[in-house]
Ligand binder design. Structure first.
Ligand SMILES: NC(=O)c1ccc[n+]([C@@H]2O[C@H](COP(=O)([O-])OP(=O)(O)OC[C@H]3O[C@@H](n4cnc5c(N)ncnc54)[C@H](O)[C@@H]3O)[C@@H](O)[C@H]2O)c1
Ligand SMILES: [Zn+2]
Length: 462
């Protein structure tokens, strides 16, 4: 009571693309009596029974909705069971004082004076803690909690609460990251750790050969969990191995690059590359948890930070906010919040998620043509320029060029063009691209003649 559910609930539903329903509002609608009066007229026991019936019904709704439960609803065992089976329980964190500030003047029957209110708060606390699958203090925090994403400095040193299940844990770590952060993270996993596998640094890990090596080395059973420790490449590889090994195991991403933290570890896309194209083999497999620890970026070379800035700029253009002006930890958090929202609304990439490909059709073509020696961030920087120019936003393209300073790629033009045509976005001889109407207003599915796209691609090549 007084945690701010009725304000945050509808906003959260909008972010998730779901409907919002409140148990109290449904009760009032059905009985034509206010909840406060209902409570007094019928007495608490009967009120709780009515409440339980409505809560049970709403929690079973498909597609799922954001359901606001009344403050006392968890007293019902049935409601607690329904919550555990059907729902993600989000606890809105508050203190008795904050909550009292919101309800003091409301005239609610259980909010008559601060002392009894505080006692009630303390009595209910354990039930709330038990029912909570995640916790948040505000809207952004709620979006992250629901997606299993945690952003906190120092998080990589304390992972135990975060690992799903109770089985063994095996770590997959980038060869460049292993000597820097491997021991810290293995220690943070503790006694559940059963093996650690080192994979090639960076993009070279994203091959079917590496997946096969990993499949053969894994000893987990179906209670096990994989942990990815590295940049976007390690996360993509590990997520794909987790999606396929034993027909699917849970995995946890611990991203160590700016690309990984701001983008790759969030959203559940996993993949490896084929010679002819990026990410052509993969799976949607949402990580059980994403542990984003901005402190891990301290060892990242300047060049890799600059690569990551390309995804931050992409996200800022889509969100219509100058995210690149924030400090790195805040960049990471805001990018993760934005991408999480998009991916929760469109997890399987059937609609608005396509916006995240801004600049990427060009980027992937350049990466494939370079034999994957061109880093993803550098390719994205070039791709953004092409996308902004085709959007007719030349001055924004100049701003982005100033921020990211991309150099033209040294790759074979024919090979890049062949890769672009093999990308997943070519339909009926037209190339479909994501453009920008204006910052914050992506334009999906713009169709272009091949010649126009080819000359935009050529302009990115030395
Ligand atoms: N799945 C998605 O949604 C998604 C989104 C964006 C990018 N990606 C993919 O991510 C990949 C790019 O990932 P990336 O840019 O994170 O780079 P990366 O994973 O290829 O790593 C780049 C280099 O950084 C080193 N490194 C990583 N963390 C370090 C640290 N903390 N300190 C020092 N060195 C460190 C690695 O050893 C490697 O040499 C691409 O394959 C791209 O397609 C996927
Ligand atoms: Zn990208």
């Amino acid at each position: 009571m007084g945690a701010g559910k009725s304000t945050l609930g509808p906003e959260l539903a909008k972010r998730l693309g779901r409907t919002f329903v409140s148990v109290d509002a449904v009760l009032e609608e059905r009985t034509n009596v206010s909840v406060a009066d209902l409570f007094v007229e019928r007495g608490e026991a009967e009120f709780r029974e009515l409440e339980e019936r409505v809560a049970t019904e709403l929690l079973a709704r498909r597609p799922p909705a954001v359901v606001e439960l009344g403050g006392g609803a968890l007293a019902s065992e049935r409601t607690r069971e329904e919550l555990a089976t059907h729902a993600f329980g989000l606890l809105l964190e508050t203190t008795p004082e904050e909550a009292w500030g919101r309800v003091a003047a409301s005239g609610r029957p259980l909010a008559r004076d601060l002392e009894s209110f505080t006692a009630l708060f303390a009595r209910r606390r354990a039930l709330y803690d038990d029912a909570a699958d995640g916790r948040a203090r505000d809207l952004d925090g709620a979006v992250l909690a629901i997606a299993g994403v945690r952003v906190a400095p120092g998080l990589a040193r304390d992972l135990r609460d975060l690992l799903p299940g109770t089985g063994a844990v095996e770590v997959v770590v980038d060869a460049g990251v292993d000597p820097l952060h491997g021991d810290t993270v293995r220690a943070a996993i503790g006694s559940r750790l059963s093996a650690s596998h080192v994979v090639p640094a960076g993009e070279r890990a994203k091959t079917l050969d590496e997946v096969e090596r990993l499949w053969s080395a894994l000893r987990l059973d179906r209670t096990g969990t994989l942990v990815a420790l590295g940049g976007g490449s390690t996360c993509d590889l590990t997520g794909f191995a987790a999606a396929t090994y034993l027909r699917g195991l849970p995995w946890v991403a611990v991203p160590t690059t700016l690309v990984g933290q701001a983008d790759a570890a969030v959203g559940g896309k996993t993949a490896v590359d084929l010679r002819d194209g990026k990410n052509l083999v993969g799976a949607f497999h949402w990580p059980a948890r994403v542990a984003i620890d901005p402190e891990l970026l301290a060892t990242l070379p300047e060049e890799e930070l600059q690569n990551g800035l390309a995804e931050v700029v992409k996200t800022g253009l889509l969100a219509g906010e100058k995210l690149w002006e924030l400090d790195t930890a805040e960049q990471v958090r805001r990018c993760a919040v934005f991408k999480t929202g998009v991916c929760l609304r469109d997890p399987l990439d059937l609609g608005e998620r396509a916006q995240l490909n801004l600049g990427h059709t060009f980027a992937h073509a350049l990466e494939a043509a370079s034999g994957y020696s061109l880093p993803h961030g550098k390719a994205v920087a070039l791709g953004l320029l092409a996308a902004l120019r085709l959007s007719g936003l030349d001055s924004l393209a100049d701003t982005v060029a100033g921020l990211l300073r991309p150099e033209r790629a040294v790759v074979d033009r024919e090979r890049a063009w062949a890769a672009l045509q093999r990308d997943k976005k070519v339909v009926d001889g037209k190339v479909r691209l994501v453009l920008l109407d204006a910052p914050g207003r992506p334009l999906l599915g713009a169709r272009f003649d091949p010649e126009t796209v080819r000359s935009a691609l050529d302009a990115l090549i030395e």
